[in-house]
Structures are given as structure tokens and as C-alpha cells.
Design a protein around this ligand. Structure first.
Ligand code: AMP
Length: 301
């Protein structure tokens, strides 16, 4: 039997499928492609929230069928306690997906041994985009992302794959991966979904203490503030401002803040270096590491 189980929440309403093995997934994909149905794919690590669901909704709109993967990829974690504490709740994830997915849409939730039957040795060379920001502070992270996304895209063979701008640098890495590996997939960027107070949604937010949760919206507020000051302040001045404002709270500690070109991810020294600038930030909030970014409108000359 190739279907592990068909998830009936509201009986007869939705029959989305859940697969644990690559073989069962491939059989289902062959069944779909034989009917010339296109697949939109949303890779996730589970602990789903509205950010993930916005990607799924977009995939539903733009494709005949949708695949969502739920896999906490151990090789992209540079910090063992982050991997251990990463929230996992498949039942809750299925409940969130059930109203969005329909017959023949599917969830691929493999085990670690299914994805890594032997130790992984592959090393990608993503060049300079993998060396800055997240790449610099999380050694090995993007290689782990590259390995798993490459495997998943080869298993699912989607026409389009959806990624959030929350992980903007990851999106750049995946575009590069698709080019390097000549994968016939459209990579679709999706906007950041935020809590009403501005905090970027993240699976890790549930691990914030009440104090850190209360302090965390200051990250986005400060980025918004900084974005309004590009007419008077240089990138360096704004980096100082953001760092000082956030570190002042004691509950937040800025790891890096950068103004960078959206394509090369190279840091900019002044507003005329690039027309497409984003501000990127990583902040430690107690035990939880948060990232965010915001597009910067460059002042007219
Ligand atoms: P993750 O489960 O954290 O690996 O995320 C899976 C996908 O959801 C990635 O493409 C993320 O960029 C995206 N994502 C996570 N949080 C958000 C958010 N707040 N808004 C939009 N996309 C998000």
C-alpha cells in the first residue's frame, strides 16, 4: 500500500495524503504526472504557522496539485541544542493543512534515515552569497539547506517551489542551487508574514519567554524606523542606531545588522552603491535566534 494514511479530518471533505517514504511519494507523483498535472511544492520544517500557510495558499492558486514537505533537516543545524529544541508537532500541522489541501495534494514527512541512508558528504560551492550573514554565523547551514532542498526537488519534481523572504539569503542560495543543478523548477519568492505587532512569524517564536516575546517586536519597529532615515543617515550610522536601540533592552542582542544588495548580498557603504538594498538582521533573544529583513527605499539623488 503506497499511501501511509489518508488524513480524514472532516470526512469526505479533504483526502490529502501523507507519505513517509520516497517510494510512496514517487508513485503518487507518477500518478499525477501521467495526468499532466503540475505540482507546486512548499518545503518546510513543520511547526507550521500563517507564514508557511501563505506559501501553501499561493501554491494552491498557481498549480494543479500541491506538495508540502515536513522535515526537520538535522544537517542544516549548526547548533545541537537548536536541533533538539526545534518544535515538532505533525498532528497540529496536518490540522492546519487540511482545510487548504484537497484530494491528491500530499504531505511528505520522511524520517531522517529515509533522507540520509548514509552520512552526507556533498559539498556545494555557493560562492560569496553563502559566506556573509547567516553563512558566516551558522557554518555549514547553507550546505545543509542545499543538500536537503536538492534532494527534495529531485524527489517531488515540482513545476514551482515556494520560499519565504523571511529567509531571504536562503532564497538566494536556492536560486543558485537551481541554476547550478539545472533543476527545471520556478523558484517563487513570497512576502514575510508578521504577527499583528510586527514580529516576523517563525516556528521558533513559541520558544521565546514571555519577556523576550514582548521585546521581540522592537526588531521590526527599529528596522522600520531606520528605513525612514535613509535621507539623512548613512548605512553605517543606521547600523549603529539599530544595534544601540535593540541592545539597550538587555533582552535582545544583535548578532549582525547589514545593508546589502538584494542580489549579490554584498554590504553597501552608501545608498548609491545599489538600487536594490535590504536591511538584514539576526538577534539573539534569550535562547532563541531571530532573523528579519526589510526592503530599503533608496533616497532620490
Ligand atoms: P521553515 O519551516 O522555517 O524551514 O520555513 C519553511 C518556509 O516557510 C521557508 O521558505 C521560509 O522562508 C518560509 N517562512 C517561514 N516563516 C515565514 C514568514 N513569517 N513569512 C513568510 N514565509 C515564511
Amino acid at each position: 500500500m503506497n499511501i501511509i494514511f489518508t488524513y480524514f479530518h472532516h470526512r469526505f471533505l479533504s483526502k490529502m495524503k501523507l507519505f513517509e517514504t520516497i517510494r510512496a511519494t514517487r508513485e503518487h507523483i507518477d500518478f499525477l504526472t501521467n495526468q499532466h498535472l503540475t505540482i507546486g511544492f512548499v518545503p518546510t520544517m513543520g511547526a507550521l504557522h500563517q507564514g508557511h500557510l501563505s506559501l501553501v495558499q499561493r501554491a494552491v492558486q498557481e498549480n494543479n496539485r500541491v506538495a508540502v514537505s515536513i522535515f526537520v533537516n538535522p544537517i542544516q543545524f549548526n547548533n545541537p541544542s537548536d536541533l533538539e529544541n526545534y518544535p515538532r508537532n505533525l498532528e497540529a500541522d496536518l490540522k492546519l493543512l487540511e482545510p487548504l489541501l484537497s484530494d491528491d495534494d500530499f504531505i511528505f514527512a520522511p524520517t531522517v534515515t529515509e533522507m540520509y541512508p548514509k552520512a552526507e558528504t556533498r559539498l556545494f560551492d555557493f560562492g560569496s552569497i553563502a559566506e556573509v550573514m547567516e553563512g558566516r554565523y551558522r557554518p555549514g547551514h547553507f550546505n545543509g539547506v542545499g543538500v536537503v532542498v536538492n534532494k527534495l526537488l529531485r524527489i517531488v519534481e515540482p513545476a514551482a517551489a515556494y520560499f519565504g523572504e523571511k529567509d531571504f539569503q536562503q532564497l538566494a542560495i536556492i536560486r543558485q542551487l537551481a541554476t547550478m543543478e539545472q533543476l527545471p523548477v520556478k523558484i517563487i519568492p513570497c512576502p514575510i508574514i508578521r504577527e499583528p505587532d510586527g514580529l516576523a512569524m517563525s516556528s521558533r517564536n513559541v520558544r521565546l519567554t514571555p519577556d523576550h516575546r514582548q521585546a521581540a517586536p522592537l526588531i521590526f519597529q527599529t528596522l522600520l524606523d531606520a528605513a525612514k532615515r535613509t535621507g539623512t543617515d548613512s548605512p553605517d550610522q543606521l547600523k549603529q542606531y539599530i544595534g544601540a536601540t535593540l541592545n539597550q533592552t538587555k533582552l535582545l542582542e544583535v548578532e549582525y545588522v547589514e545593508f546589502s544588495d538584494e542580489v549579490t548580498l554584498e554590504s553597501v557603504q552608501n545608498w548609491t552603491t545599489s538600487r536594490n538594498i535590504r536591511c538584514f538582521i539576526a538577534v539573539q533573544a534569550g535562547d532563541v535566534r531571530l532573523i528579519d529583513n526589510i526592503r530599503i527605499s533608496v533616497p532620490a539623488k
